[in-house]
Design a protein around this ligand. Structure first.
Ligand SMILES: [Cu+2]
Length: 132
């Protein structure tokens, strides 16, 4: 019996620091999420309606025949875009995928294509960023 207790204590001593260290480290990591945006004439379809606040790795897949991009701005109380552009992808040629890294805080956002006339033709979508 004393041997079993000794083994148990030894096991706890060996594993406890690792277990204790893992939890705070995980808490300090800001979430990184992926967002695929499907673009074509004339719509933008994000792969998810919401992402956690933090870093968002964006892929814009242009499945259309025109050039497209994706910009993002906050939505104000009236449902209109307010403030500066907080993220953008490069202008993307038909059939290509472009990448961008955005850093977003919690709130309501609108994604849209900045090519002339495309927003009015329907290339926009809402994105909610939740508290991490
Ligand atoms: Cu467009």
């Amino acid at each position: 019996m004393p041997v079993a207790v000794a083994v148990l204590v030894l096991t706890l001593l060996i594993t406890a620091p690792v277990a204790l260290g893992a939890v705070p480290a995980a808490r300090h990591h800001r979430p990184v999420s992926n967002l695929l945006i499907d673009a074509q004439e004339f719509s933008l379809w994000p792969s998810r309606a919401s992402v956690p606040a933090g870093t968002v790795l964006v892929e814009l897949w242009n499945r259309g025949q025109d050039m497209h991009d994706a910009w993002i701005r906050r939505l104000g109380r009236g449902g209109k875009m307010v403030g500066p552009v907080l993220g953008r992808t490069p202008i993307t040629l038909p059939g290509h995928i472009s990448h961008a890294t955005w850093h977003l805080r919690a709130g309501a956002y609108e994604l849209y294509c900045s090519m002339p006339g495309h927003l009015a033709l329907g290339m926009h979508a809402k994105l909610r960023v939740t508290r991490a």
